[in-house]
Design a protein around this ligand. Sequence first.
Ligand code: HEC
Length: 111
Amino acid sequence: MNKFLVFSITLFLVAEVTSSAAVYKGQSVFVKECKECHDSGQAMAASKKAKEWKRLLSDDGDELASIHTSSRKAKDSWEYFKSDRFTSKAKHLKDFMMEYSKDSGKVPACN
Ligand code: HEC
């Protein structure tokens, strides 16, 4: 095998592992921070298109945060959405939501 091919394959594998790690991180953020009010992360991800998730969770999740901070029903989440516990993880959440969005065609593995 020539060196360039080996190099390309290595890069591809590294990229794959890195991106599934981000998706996994996003999923664990959901379980830890969102599950008390929203049932299933995967069902939620599949309720919107990738483009909508991208919008909601860009700029440190600004738009998703304001949906919550402007709703009385979501009062218990206000402190969280204003904290950097949320803003610093919004990117991972975005990766997770986009990975399993309505138009991704992906169904999460049962593990
Ligand atoms: C304390 C409870 C609570 C927590 C924690 C919470 N949410 Fe929510 N969320 C709500 C409520 C209540 C609404 C509905 C707001 C409204 O429309 O008045 C909502 C709305 C939403 C919506 C909009 C739904 C739609 O149909 O457009 C999304 C998306 C969402 N939440 C995602 C999340 C994510 C992701 C997290 C975790 C980072 C989270 N929520 C954490 C209570 C919560």
